[in-house]
Design a binder for this molecule. Structure first.
Ligand SMILES: [Zn+2]
Ligand SMILES: [Zn+2]
Ligand SMILES: [Zn+2]
Ligand SMILES: [Zn+2]
Length: 244
């Protein structure tokens, strides 16, 4: 993301001292610092700051619910951390920056741009030296341990995500920003439009099939009627008359 490029001077949320945004600790009070993106302007801010010093927007509320959640990163095999970012609960791996989102959470995230800004600001702001390159290896679901399916998000995004149909979606560090960019470019609604058209095609085919079946049945009915005619005396006369 763009906010990784050049460090700016920010205030330490703990002591208020001026610290460059690329520092991981405050020079004055030694508190640990982490930069996140402002949900409003995407400018850098320190986690824990109340407001963005650039645009004044209220910072995302990030709460660590559990330091070590009861499930592991499928790539690093280390416990994930359960976080809540403006009410959105995700489990993040502190090492590789990948994270795990329950299916419902992810669905909500796809349709809620406020949430997207908050989560993106949080996860898109750190460079991850241990980020995993997009590999073709299958990884286990953090919840049930079954190998997850790999799927091209929305079929056409080109972002391959790992999914456990029962439990959720795993994103490697750079995948969610790509997906959100895709959604914001209208990719998801385009894909839904395509699916709608495919569905309508399907329905039309079904209706055609039904019409054809009805026609065949009608013909079969007529044929049966013809047989009955054939067997009746009257029928015999008729068939002689009309050379049936
Ligand atoms: Zn400080
Ligand atoms: Zn801002
Ligand atoms: Zn990891
Ligand atoms: Zn699972």
């Amino acid at each position: 993301m763009t906010q990784q490029t050049k460090p700016v001077s920010l205030n330490c949320p703990n002591c208020g001292g001026a610290v460059m945004s690329d520092r991981s600790a405050c020079e004055f009070c030694r508190s640990r610092l982490k930069t996140v993106g402002c949900p409003g302007c995407l400018g850098l801010m320190f986690l824990g700051a109340k407001f963005c010093s650039n645009c004044g927007r209220k910072a995302s509320a990030v709460v660590v619910i559990e330091e070590k959640a009861d499930c592991d990163c499928p790539r690093c095999r280390r416990p994930l951390q359960l976080l809540e970012i403006d009410g959105v609960r995700i489990r993040e791996c502190g090492r590789c920056g990948g994270f795990w989102s329950a299916t419902e959470t992810f669905e909500e995230l796809c349709s809620n741009s406020e949430q997207q800004a908050s989560v993106l600001g949080f996860i898109g702001s750190d460079a991850h030296p241990h980020a995993h390159p997009a590999t073709i290896s299958y990884v286990p679901c953090p919840d049930c341990g079954e190998l997850m399916n790999r799927s091209n998000f929305a079929r056409s995004s080109g972002v391959i995500i790992d999914i456990c149909k029962q439990h959720g979606v795993w994103f490697d560090a750079d995948e969610l920003p790509k997906i959100i960019a895709f959604i914001n470019k209208g990719g998801l609604s385009r894909q839904r439009e395509k699916e709608k058209i495919a569905l309508e095609d399907e329905r039309r085919k079904l209706r055609d099939d039904q019409r054809r079946m009805a026609m065949i049945e009608r013909r079969a009915g007529v044929a049966k009627y013809d047989d009955e005619l054939e067997n009746s005396r009257f029928g015999k006369i008729v068939s002689r008359l009309f050379d049936l």
